[in-house]
Ligand binder design. Sequence first.
Ligand code: CU
Length: 124
Amino acid sequence: MFALLSRPTHAAWLTLAFAVSLAVAICHPANATSPAAVVASVQVVQIKNFAFVPAIVTVAPGTTVTWTNVDEDPHSVVANDKGFRSRALDTQDRYSFTFTKAGDYAYFCSLHPHMTGKIIVKPR
Ligand SMILES: [Cu+2]
């Protein structure tokens, strides 16, 4: 008799504890503003005013980076190690490359070598 009464009470406490922890989790989303939250499977880089924007991007392996030239002048995207290389991109042209391996990938514009950028591929 006593066991039958105490069991539902125990279950009620477990339910309450679960509800409280759930409420805490909802009210405090983990690291919502940390840099890790910026990581996405698709990353866009604009080529604007003779610069790559953002110049340095951190992505997870498997991320496709798409560069879009929004300048009036043609630009290109060329890896320092020649691992990827776009043709000359006219206004609104795009170039995409999927980064599968972790590492730092420095690149530049072959038409204006002072334009540089970097893709950092890092597991989450
Ligand atoms: Cu350029």
